[in-house]
Design a protein. Structure first.
Length: 437
């Protein structure tokens, strides 16, 4: 009996030691595999991860890295299984949805690929450059299916505007006379935005694509119809994308109606460049030339040419959130006339943050500071006009259906000018729906 008890005790100790060795081996493979993964050595990370994945089926981070390693090393079915395990536990993981869409494409599951891309595209809070990358991917899917890719977005809001007419905070002085400040007018309005985008992959072995975008914007106030806006724009562009960077040449023509009468038309050209420093860090820059022409005779001395340069840095913080900062330098120069409020230099800095914090809810925030200094002297105000101010926007989005969302938003704008006529504050609140087709 003593011999039997000693035997069982010895076996137990050996099993425990063996279990410790197994766990240490799993942790060693995990740590070393992550080192390979972070250095983009996906072949070796895959070899280590596949040895231990059965022990980590519920580990979201591991399965995403395992899926990426499998995808980059050509094991697409294994990659899809890993991404599906992440999807089951974390349906709000936008990056994982994109990786699933890519994997479906490589497995020739084109309908599934398109649906996965469209689900992410329906989220209004994804960055513009990520949206462009998805559009390019969808154009490749559509090309395989012998068609181009077209989608539409419609947004409808009811808004409250505390200062429809940009009423002033201070007195209006001109020529030595005081006219008193302009009273703020508030009103509710219906706001509608619609966009139709078509993109077609024209490359065979290269990354060229042609994109056409049409947009319509309407703001119809319940009162003060003189401030009603209708805005139409058409932007054709040529894109070129490779792994490390994306280039786009965007042309633009648009027209603005005020109180149902044509007010302003512009034409522009804008080259854009995006460079990927890493899978999560990108630089985005553009230069824009725009010609502005006012239709009404009383405003024709506002005609101008506008130059704009911008640099932005975008950081994908997590698979469901991003942070982006941008700086702008703007110069506007009048083409004719004597209006002293056309020639100016402007400097802006802004930041955007968005987080899809659950599969249903997402949050976005935007803040901007700007400084504008005019060049022409104003004898009426005995100075050169200079404005400084900022804007803050916040939004909450709730997914009702895969392509239908409810959005609540609020914004506050404040401008302080050394000529009090141009100082104002403005608050808006909105509630509406966003539908993607």
């Amino acid at each position: 009996m003593k011999i039997f008890i000693i035997f069982l005790f010895t076996i137990s100790i050996c099993l425990q030691a063996s279990q410790v060795d197994v766990e240490q081996n799993i942790e060693t493979n995990y740590t070393k595999g992550m080192e390979y993964y972070k250095s983009n050595d996906f072949k070796n990370s895959y070899q280590l991860f596949k040895k231990i994945y059965l022990k980590k089926l519920s580990d979201i981070k591991f399965n995403f890295c395992f899926g990426r390693s499998a995808y980059e090393s050509g094991h697409y079915e294994t990659a899809l299984g890993a991404f599906e395990r992440v999807e089951m536990q974390d349906g709000s993981n936008l990056r994982n949805k994109l990786e699933m869409a890519r994997t479906y494409y490589m497995l020739k599951m084109y309908e599934d690929s398109q649906n996965a891309y469209l689900e992410v595209l329906a989220n209004p809070d994804i960055p513009k450059n990520i949206r462009t990358n998805i559009e390019l991917a969808l154009s490749r899917v559509s090309k395989v299916q012998k068609r181009s890719f077209t989608y539409a977005t419609v947004m409808a809001d009811v808004i409250y505007d505390s200062n429809v007419n940009y009423g002033s905070l201070g007195d209006y002085e001109f020529g030595g006379s005081n006219f008193g400040k302009i009273k703020e007018l508030d009103s509710t309005a219906l706001q509608i935005y619609a966009n139709v985008t078509n993109i077609y992959d024209i490359g065979k072995k290269n990354g060229f694509a042609v994109k056409n975008s049409f947009s319509f914007y309407l703001k119809d106030y319940n009162e003060y119809n003189a401030y009603d806006i209708i805005y139409l724009t058409y932007n054709p562009s040529l894109l070129y994308k490779v792994t490390k960077y994306t280039m786009e040449l965007v042309l633009g023509v648009d027209t603005l109606e005020l109180d149902k009468k044509k007010y302003l038309s512009t034409a522009s050209v804008m080259p854009k460049f995006e460079y990927n420093h890493s899978p999560t860090l990108r630089s985005i820059t553009h230069f824009k030339y725009q010609h502005k022409k006012f239709s009404r005779e009383a405003q024709q001395n506002l005609d101008a040419r506008r130059l704009e340069a911008s640099y932005g840095l975008q950081d994908i913080l997590t698979p469901r959130s991003f942070l982006q900062g941008n700086i702008f330098i703007i110069n506007e120069h009048k083409l004719r006339g004597s209006n002293i409020y056309v020639n100016f230099n402007e400097y802006k800095i802004n930041t955007s943050y968005a987080n899809q914090f659950t599969s249903t809810y997402s949050f976005d925030a935007y803040a901007e500071l700007r400084n504008r200094k005019y060049k022409d002297y104003s004898s009426g105000f005995s100075s050169i006009r200079s404005d400084f101010g900022g804007t803050a926007n916040f939004g909450l989005t709730m997914k009702l259906m895969p392509t239908l969302r409810l959005k609540l938003g609020t914004s506050f704008e404040y401008i302080e000018s050394n000529q009090e006529r141009f100082s104002y504050k403005k608050y808006t609140a909105s509630a509406g729906i966003i539908k993607t087709f």
